[in-house]
Design a protein around this ligand. Sequence first.
Ligand SMILES: NC(=O)C1=CN([C@@H]2O[C@H](COP(=O)(O)OP(=O)(O)OC[C@H]3O[C@@H](n4cnc5c(N)ncnc54)[C@H](OP(=O)(O)O)[C@@H]3O)[C@@H](O)[C@H]2O)C=CC1
Ligand SMILES: Nc1nc(O)c(N)c(N[C@@H]2O[C@H](COP(=O)(O)O)[C@@H](O)[C@H]2O)n1
Length: 210
Amino acid sequence: MHVVVNAAMSADGKLSSRQREQVAISGADDFDRVDDLRVESDAIVVGVGTVLADDPSLTADEGVNPVRVVADSKARTPLDARVLDDRADTLVFVAESAPNRNVRALREAGADVVVAGNGRVALGQAFSELESRGTKRVMVEGGGELIFSLFDGGLVDELRLYVGSVVIGGRDAPTLADGDGFVERRSFPDLDLDSVERVDDGVLLRYLVS
Ligand SMILES: NC(=O)C1=CN([C@@H]2O[C@H](COP(=O)(O)OP(=O)(O)OC[C@H]3O[C@@H](n4cnc5c(N)ncnc54)[C@H](OP(=O)(O)O)[C@@H]3O)[C@@H](O)[C@H]2O)C=CC1
Ligand SMILES: Nc1nc(O)c(N)c(N[C@@H]2O[C@H](COP(=O)(O)O)[C@@H](O)[C@H]2O)n1
């Protein structure tokens, strides 16, 4: 299974402002590129933080939509979230500790709810489950907490990063990789820069994870 993390960040590395609402960092050409990547993928994965902050639909304007996947330990995905609409299938990974009534409500809303892990979704287990269902290409669309955990778990193969020509700032604004962060140099994931391309008025960087 090939896992691509795709994100748009400001020149100072922020995914959004400290208010954690969706910010347009890239432009029309980049959103078209993201649409194409969605259609080429079998699954699009986000953390529940992105669902709560942005309410994304995670669907493409044209083509067959991949399954939408939410890492949501406590089954907090709102029942009126756009990821639960009928434009595509949705799989929610929860932890064993997720309240039963939340799990039941998500199933009644049409989601496939799968338990992976105890206190928090075990991403290795969740990705093995995706692979066992025939998933070949996974696209991760954020946010920073989930992306850090995926790098920490050695689960990322490729990073496509749009760097917009804007500064957002703010110590509490989400960055590409939040979580606890790495400390030892030898634990920093090393990246191989594969390509650099001007898109809109920013830059698209494509890295392979060593
Ligand atoms: N510019 C861009 O490209 C993008 C920007 N964003 C922005 O990012 C922000 C949201 O990011 P963020 O708050 O970090 O949210 P995330 O989408 O990364 O979701 C984080 C949540 O996912 C759940 N989760 C479940 N399992 C795990 C795990 N193993 N590791 C980590 N998290 C897990 C946790 O909640 P629980 O414990 O309840 O399960 C956690 O709080 C918003 O401001 C949004 O606008 C988001 C996507 C793309
Ligand atoms: N590629 C990209 N460029 C930006 O400028 C962005 N702000 C984002 N953000 C993420 O894209 C998702 C939007 O989803 P829908 O189109 O509503 O389905 C969402 O997860 C944003 O956080 N991406």
